[in-house]
Design a protein around this ligand. Sequence first.
Ligand SMILES: O=C1O[C@H](COP(=O)(O)O)[C@@H](O)[C@H](O)[C@H]1O
Length: 237
Amino acid sequence: MKRVIVYTDPPLLASATAARLVTAITDLQATQPRVAIALTGGRTGTAVLEHLRVNTAATAIDWSTVDVFWGDERFLPGKHPDRNETQARAALLDHITIPKANIHAIPPSDGPFGDDPELAAAAYAKELFGTTLDILLAGVGEEGHTLSVFPDSPAVHEVEATVVAVHDCPKPPPTRISLTLPAAREARQVWLLTTGAAKAEAVTTALSGASEVDLPAAGARGSELTLWLLDKAAAGR
Ligand SMILES: O=C1O[C@H](COP(=O)(O)O)[C@@H](O)[C@H](O)[C@H]1O
């Protein structure tokens, strides 16, 4: 099932998505022992986490049974301010009571696998192995990328690996680690979040049946639900 939900502006989208996450996670916790979510970076994804931090209903989430993954990461040293992990920690994860072992960060370029993104990607594939993501949050770029899968790049043609190293990205930094689209489609729910008029062309093209090679966001679907969460400007076309 695919649904498109349009909010007036980015702050409303961020607060409503945080509230939606609270409901989704607590509903899942009522029926299953653990919940696995994957975070996204970028302005919209980080704003959602900031809203989750201050949402009083979020105190109902039992973080001890939530596993936190990422859909993609900028391959930079640990604690680098541009890492999606660093931003998610500052926005939310450093402010909640969650066991360290529940946070499954994508290895940094100065981590145990060194400055080798292929090794880091293989390690993350192992980390993810056996987990079905309940909710995968993903952003959308102006040129239609989602996760760190860019149009007509090697990553968009990947059909076997669940996680790949991505080189020469048009958006900095040039080296990233990303889930592939087939891996994204294993998630139960995929929530695509984006705001702003600059994203409107990509959104309308993705929703009009574009090929995922040309517009990777068109290929990010959940096995149960795909939610496009937009502001008016991103939905403007
Ligand atoms: O670089 C990235 O950007 C996208 C979208 O970011 P936004 O600022 O346009 O919302 C994000 O989804 C991705 O995780 C991140 O690595």
